[in-house]
Design a binder for this molecule. Structure first.
Ligand SMILES: [Zn+2]
Length: 61
């Protein structure tokens, strides 16, 4: 399972969590204050999908 790094939106606590790719970030709870829906800081090494945006040109034509 990939490890995700989260930061609590409420108290700013950073913590790691093992998550299945099927799990929902919104259900992750802060170990410090118990608040749900933290901000995810890291994507797992695999499964990264680059979604458009600028500064990531792959094949210049
Ligand atoms: Zn918290």
């Amino acid at each position: 399972m990939p490890i995700y790094i989260y930061r609590c939106r409420e108290c700013g606590e950073k913590f790691e969590s093992f998550r299945s790719i099927h799990d929902n970030d919104a259900e992750v709870t802060c170990p410090k204050c118990g608040k749900k829906n933290p901000e995810r800081l890291f994507a797992p090494v695999f499964g990264q999908i680059s979604r458009g945006g600028s500064g990531n040109q792959r094949f210049p034509t």
